[in-house]
Ligand binder design. Structure first.
Ligand SMILES: Cc1cc2nc3c(=O)[nH]c(=O)nc-3n(C[C@H](O)[C@H](O)[C@H](O)COP(=O)(O)OP(=O)(O)OC[C@H]3O[C@@H](n4cnc5c(N)ncnc54)[C@H](O)[C@@H]3O)c2cc1C
Length: 486
């Protein structure tokens, strides 16, 4: 039986692991951390369950892409989905103090935008035609639009802002539609239209939560892997990829074990892969690209326990900008349902995208031993973020009881994402190399997976791993997935 070693138990690693195990591979997943799941992991403080990098599943509506993926992977039955308010799944807080609510569904979203901004109806129609066209361009996402939709015109080199300009969309509406790129930790000026269509498009189609948060996806994937005979080794960071003659022979872990393998899949930040292979493990052009490409933005996440349910927040995603123009996202009650389906205690979660340089002064300090000024910086961000949310929802005033937070340093510590990058290497339109990072490079049996390689996000990472495994086993898995009942 051929043996594959997978480095990283995030969504990408586990998806690849299950699919390979299904097709006759002996699979060993090495995970550095004590908890599996990477950014999908969750943790508990008292009665509260917190998610690290999971707030909603795009394409999560019945028949949506996520459900088809989950069905094909054999995990759908184990999941319980939680709908948002379909009529107002996205709530945009406009600079004037008013709001715009966007319903789920591409056609419904377009109609709602046209009803709110009738003078821009034709520009909105042009933009949505482009969005549908982009989805149709990729057969995988094409199922989200009506059959026969004309393919998009600008596949690689146009940003969301440029597209909105080309469609003649006004500044305010540009801001609203552009702020959807916030869910990708990106800005509209730098976000490629293709990426917006894949992630934003699947989000507009329908974003759902899942009871149990990220763990709701990770746990059944792990059970499925184990049922197929695969191994998941926690606290077993890969420390070295052994190779010679352009071929990987084994992966060594932090316990000193050498895992001989026929195939290695590196499913973590590419800078980590570079470290594991050492010089010569990649072509110089790729090593340089990994070193020189900036990382995506990171986030400060604030979790607040409330004395009573947050009034007026509704069951939707909130998008706003703070005074400095940075993207703020908040939701209540989010996914923090404890296992077993009981209603969660009242809490709020808010997230602000930040540049990783903001924590640069403390980057070299060890977790648990960071300095007082770092703690003060963290407290100041918590206060600012909660004040911004409270200004938009005055009913929250006086209800916040306890606060926890995570910073770029937390992300860096828990998943080894360089600079705490939320979405791996920057996917910005201006980043080095317009082509995606290849899934294979110099070592013939070392493959790259994860959010830096393909699209980020739950669906993006899973799709990308499906495409990788297809290339290994030589089978059309995407057709199987599209045919699955979701
Ligand atoms: C704050 C935040 C909010 C988000 N919200 C959403 C959302 O609502 N919806 C959505 O679709 N997406 C969301 N995302 C994005 C999504 O979480 C990620 O795109 C996805 O989980 C990444 O999966 P991955 O497998 O590529 O990487 P990761 O989850 O980072 O997994 C990499 C794994 O590799 C392990 N690892 C690293 N180095 C080693 C080593 N040497 N040896 C062994 N193991 C190693 C890490 O510990 C980790 O477990 C969010 C991300 C963030 C940060």
């Amino acid at each position: 039986m051929p043996h594959a070693v997978i480095i990283g138990s995030g969504l990408s690693g586990l998806t690849s692991a299950v699919l390979l195990a299904e097709h006759g591979w002996q699979v060993t997943v090495l995970e550095a951390h004590a908890i599996a799941g990477g950014l999908m992991q969750r943790f508990r403080r008292g009665p509260f369950w917190f998610d690290t990098g999971f707030h909603f599943i795009t394409g999560g509506a019945p028949g949506g892409i996520f459900r088809k993926l989950a069905s094909r992977l054999g995990i759908l039955e184990a999941m319980r989905f939680l709908p948002l308010d379909e009529a107002r799944q996205f709530r945009f807080h406009l600079p004037s103090g008013s709001e715009f609510c966007m319903p789920a569904g591409i056609d419904q979203a377009e109609l709602a935008l046209q009803a709110h901004w009738p003078e821009q109806a034709s520009g909105i129609a042009l933009f949505f035609a482009e969005l549908r066209g982009q989805l149709a361009l990729n057969p995988w996402l094409g199922s989200l639009v009506a059959p026969g939709t004309a393919p998009g015109q600008h596949p690689h080199n146009q940003s969301v802002s440029e597209t909105l300009d080309r469609c003649g969309i006004s500044e305010l509406l540009k801001d609203v539609l552009g702020s959807i790129t916030g869910i990708l930790a990106m800005r509209a000026e730098r976000c490629p239209l293709e990426l917006f269509s894949a992630f934003g498009g699947t989000a507009i189609t329908g974003s759902w939560r899942a009871e149990g948060g990220g763990e709701a996806i990770i746990k059944p994937l792990i059970e499925r892997l184990k049922a197929l005979g695969g191994d998941l080794l926690l606290k077993s960071a890969a420390t070295r990829i052994h190779w010679s003659d352009k071929t990987v022979s084994a992966v060594e872990d932090a316990q000193g074990r050498i895992h001989a393998c026929d195939l290695a899949i590196a499913s973590c930040h590419p800078a980590e892969i570079l470290r594991l292979t050492g010089e010569g493990g990649m072509r110089p052009s790729l090593s340089e690209r990994i070193r020189d490409t900036p990382d995506s933005a990171s986030a400060v996440l604030v979790y607040a326990a409330l004395s009573k349910p947050a009034e007026g927040l509704g069951s939707c995603h909130h998008f706003a900008r703070n005074a400095a123009g940075a993207d703020l996202y908040f939701i209540s009650p989010s996914n923090f349902y404890p296992p077993g389906g009981h209603a969660p205690p009242p809490y709020l979660e808010a997230m602000l995208w930040v540049h990783p340089d903001q924590v640069a002064p403390w980057r070299d300090s060890a977790k648990g031993r960071r300095s007082d000024d770092y703690e003060a910086w963290k407290r100041a961000r918590e206060t600012e973020i909660l004040a911004d949310v409270t200004a938009l929802h005055p009913a929250l005033a006086g209800t916040i009881q306890r606060v926890w937070s995570a910073t770029p340093l937390s992300i860096e510590y828990y998943v080894r994402s360089r600079h705490g990058a939320a979405m791996g290497l920057s996917h910005d339109i201006g980043a080095i190399g317009t082509e995606p990072i290849p899934r294979r490079n110099r070592l013939r049996n070392l493959c790259f997976a994860g959010q830096s390689i393909g699209h980020p996000g739950v669906v993006g990472c899973m799709i990308s791993s499906v495409i990788l495994v297809e290339s290994i086993i030589g089978k059309d898995l995407r057709s199987e997935i599209l045919a699955a009942k979701g």
